[in-house]
Design a binder for this molecule. Sequence first.
Ligand SMILES: Cc1cc2nc3c(=O)[nH]c(=O)nc-3n(C[C@H](O)[C@H](O)[C@H](O)COP(=O)(O)OP(=O)(O)OC[C@H]3O[C@@H](n4cnc5c(N)ncnc54)[C@H](O)[C@@H]3O)c2cc1C
Ligand code: SF4
Ligand code: SF4
Ligand code: SF4
Ligand code: FES
Length: 653
Amino acid sequence: MKTPLLYQLEKSKLDLVLGRWNQTIPVYVPSGKGKDISLLPMVDFPRTEAYINLTLPVKEMMFEQKEALFRWDRDAGGVKVENLSNQHAGERILYGVRACDTYGVGYTDHFYLKEFEDTNYASRRDKVFIVAVNCLKAGPHCFCTSVGTGVFSTTGHDLALTELEGFYLVESATAKGQQLIEAAADFFVPVSDEFAGDVSPGTLLAMKEQLRQKVADSFPLKMDLTNLHEDMARTFNADFWLDEANACIGCTGCTNVCPTCTCFNVVEENRDKDHGMRVRYWDSCQSDHFTRNAEFHNPRNALSRTRYRVYDKLKYIEERFGYKGCSGCGRCTDVCPTYISIIDIIHSIQKEAKENPEPPAIHQITAMRHEIFDREINVRNGLFTPDVATITKIELETPEIKRIYVKYDDPALHKNFKLNGQFFQITVFGEGEVPISIPFGPEESDEFDFCFKNVGTVSNILYNLKVGDKVGLRGPYGRPFPYEPLKGRNLVFIGSGVAMAPLRTILVQVVDNLQDFGKVVIMASALQYDKVIYKDELKLWSELEGVEVHYALKDPTDQVKAHQGYINDLLPDLDLDWSNTTALVCASPKRIKEVSKDLLALGIKPTDILTTLETHMRCGAGKCGHCKVGSHYMCVDGPVFTYEEMMALPPEY
Ligand SMILES: Cc1cc2nc3c(=O)[nH]c(=O)nc-3n(C[C@H](O)[C@H](O)[C@H](O)COP(=O)(O)OP(=O)(O)OC[C@H]3O[C@@H](n4cnc5c(N)ncnc54)[C@H](O)[C@@H]3O)c2cc1C
Ligand code: SF4
Ligand code: SF4
Ligand code: SF4
Ligand code: FES
């Protein structure tokens, strides 16, 4: 924020200013009584000054509880999509916002607008003016001064008002703030360096600082959070988490009222079978489905869910973005029906860290932030709107795995295609969207093929589509397997069933350039041979000089020579210099760990095992929060990680 421009506004003129603004832009003011205070249009609702804070943060003005992403319509000519991210309410002035919420806006601006711009948020944010009114009194659960985000607004506002003696000191922090000043210029008296004495900028700012200190001193709740991150690193497994988890009923109230919670889910709203919309709505890591994978596998239980929210708010967000993830507004404590309090939890963390500290584990003490993979995401049609493509061919790889070939309806998209990601989001119109890995190499840019298993709602319907049917494509997303650093090394590819697909993108490049690599070993595993994908290619590759293909199956087969058992059993007999070998392992996290343990025992380095972590994903672009583990988004910072990086993540996947 730039150095603010200062003005004085007589207190008695405030309503005239609000009225003036309201002539051109609707002004929303605090209205209601007691704890039920909402921001409502001043034309219909009386303004109150008797409030500590708004019941809900202002984030809903920029990130609505439910909002449309795109619409699709099918007719004889195909499917048309229309990005709806710009179709929102007009300009609004939000008056009376407190510091904990302007801090929240500062954070959500960073979160939604940096890296990859969330087009929905951007179009709303652009039209919102924020006028902060600094607090003079704290509520029982306010702790912004302990977190360092209050008590007076420092970010996220256009104008900030501080009530001094009979007048407001008005600080204008942005061009929008200046626009508001100019709209009612006859009421705002500029304070400039030319003035001296009581009305000099220095004197007025000193008065404000004196008041800030007085208000901060009056806070009933004061906590020293200096060592909180270290304390949290030593209490990850503390017993009190189970007590908190047992009390939590997963109602998601705590995240709904939080000014810094940004997560959402996406669902389809269909008018009929040919017309529909994809919408997003607020979602919460406190609900059970948030991290659920196919076939009802869920890596988080009640304990890890409860703990995750607190770690995200107090640690992970700050590690990832440099912003406090909790602004200390106290709302989650106010709202919890079972009296779970983030304040009590902070006290428990501090007490436990002092009396009963755990030895710090790597994932708990490392403020690890992988370099964010530098790439562009195509947002020409809004971040969440897919491009239409047509299915051109379908092959049955196994009884439940199909390989579909697709072409964009707009050929220019193939022409300009750059393979700089690891997966696509594939839409089945009217049904939903699923992340599916890229199995093709950079040479195959005129037509894409994907291999997928029918495991649930969307994949089952995708499975039954026919040649000529339309799908939507968004991507490519995610950090891909590296190619260049593999040159000169032996390579071991380990994939089970459909998990061979993500490895194929590198495999096809390697087999075309075998002279650049040492020995190449491909290890395919499955329950039965008919569940192995790419059977024909595996046979062809096995005939190449320098390439070995091994199979590990549960059931015997006479179709290929196969080991009956796990892939791990075959590793010691591979004739490899393990110090110059990279292993690319694609499986469930549990299997990745089992295979990696054996690879490490053979002498491979943890940095030379590459894996992909396929957590639950909804958006693919670092926004919905579903894939987040610790301070990392699997869709943006991964899904490809080295084993060393994977083991440094908290065990939340
Ligand atoms: C980066 C990545 C790459 C993937 N590549 C492939 C691939 O190449 N081939 C393939 O067959 N499968 C792949 N998957 C898994 C595939 O996305 C899931 O099987 C699919 O999302 C299941 O959705 P559904 O609606 O059919 O099932 P449901 O069980 O009805 O799923 C409901 C929702 O849960 C989420 N979900 C469920 N399972 C998973 C999962 N395993 N991973 C992530 N989110 C999940 C999805 O958001 C889905 O919309 C990949 C997953 C990720 C994250
Ligand atoms: S975690 Fe709780 S106290 Fe912190 S900002 Fe969110 S709602 Fe407010
Ligand atoms: S993951 Fe973080 S931002 Fe998302 S709902 Fe949970 S606490 Fe809020
Ligand atoms: S408000 Fe309380 S009960 Fe509800 S999800 Fe949050 S912690 Fe659990
Ligand atoms: S943040 Fe949405 S999938 Fe990663």
